[in-house]
Design a protein around this ligand. Sequence first.
Ligand code: PRP
Ligand code: MG
Length: 178
Amino acid sequence: LKECIVLMELTELNGRRRIRDTNMDSRDIFTALTSGEVCVALKHLLVNYVRKNHPDVEVIVGLDARGFLFSLMLAAELGVACVPIRKKGKLPGKCLSCSYALEYGTDEFEIQKDSIKPEQKVIVVDDLLATGGTLGAALKLLKITGAYVKECIVVMELTDLNGRGKLQETNVHSFIQY
Ligand code: PRP
Ligand code: MG
């Protein structure tokens, strides 16, 4: 973990040089992923964490869009299902939907109906926890499916925004806090 954090900080410094910004965008995961070493370190970090803590997981749910970077990586490594939650209008077939607040206005999240069976053991993955609006909406949607959400995992958490406070019913694990 330590190695991974150091690599990310170095990458951010060498990339957009915005690491000390307080701007949320400065925590852009794509900047970190420009290092192959970070890609490998992050993959090991996520896979090992889920393998150790959730050996019974059945479905990895990734959040549109940056959560997808990690959801298939995890699902393929663990040999479990990979299900997307997408922004409105992008998924084919019948969907369940739920709106959520953005900084300006609202957006809507959707999941394909019957993509998760009631009681299936689910891990939700995203790149970042900021205000918690995104994960909160995903959890609301998953509640309708009857899934058992074991934990939400994010690579980075911006602790000042206290997104975690909005998600008190669910365990949230972040690997790096700013
Ligand atoms: C970003 C990020 C998280 C979310 C966190 O997604 O990828 O999903 O913000 O913010 P929150 O906790 O305040 O909701 P965004 O929808 O901006 O972009 P993306 O489609 O590239 O993932
Ligand atoms: Mg996102």
